[in-house]
Design a protein around this ligand. Structure first.
Ligand code: CU
Length: 152
């Protein structure tokens, strides 16, 4: 991605809570708030790629480790595990939401309160197989924003 585009994405992200690169659109990102001492939480959003891309990584200054996770049934238990890539088929929205795919923020360096914003950098592999980054800032929602909870 060109520097100019990245700056535009960042500005748009701050203004409208949506961000675009030449290929990727990120809608309505948010992070679940935490209680004091909580080690991990999830970031959620909707991703759409025009040409077909993949989310291949993420990072954030609030967490020592940031991973892309999927949820899978193991017997009768829902478990999550890291995945190396989340495919974004051309033109199809892919939702990251509680109980499904999410960006996991692990070894948090601070408590995340409602009203805070969390900077997130997302790495994508484009249709041309080149890697690009997008930076967004995701607002923190209440810990109780959804009913579903998962544990490591
Ligand atoms: Cu997870």
């Amino acid at each position: 991605m060109h520097k100019k585009q990245m700056i535009m994405s960042l500005l748009l992200g701050l203004v409208s809570a949506a961000a675009w690169s030449s290929d990727i659109e990120i809608k309505a990102p948010w992070v679940r708030g935490t209680v004091v001492g909580q080690q991990a939480t999830g970031a959620f959003m909707e991703l759409r790629s025009q040409g077909g891309s993949a989310l291949v990584g993420a990072s954030s200054p609030v967490a020592a480790i940031t991973e892309v996770h999927e949820m899978k049934m193991e017997g009768t238990v829902m478990k999550m595990r890291p995945i190396a890539r989340l495919d974004l088929p051309a033109g199809k929205p892919v939702k990251l939401l509680p109980g499904g795919y999410h960006v996991m923020l692990i070894n948090l360096k601070q408590t995340l309160k409602k009203g805070d914003t969390v900077p997130l950098t997302l790495q994508f592999e484009g249709p041309d197989k080149k890697t690009s980054e997008m930076r967004i800032s995701a607002p923190v929602r209440d810990l109780t924003a959804t009913a579903s909870e998962h544990a490591h």
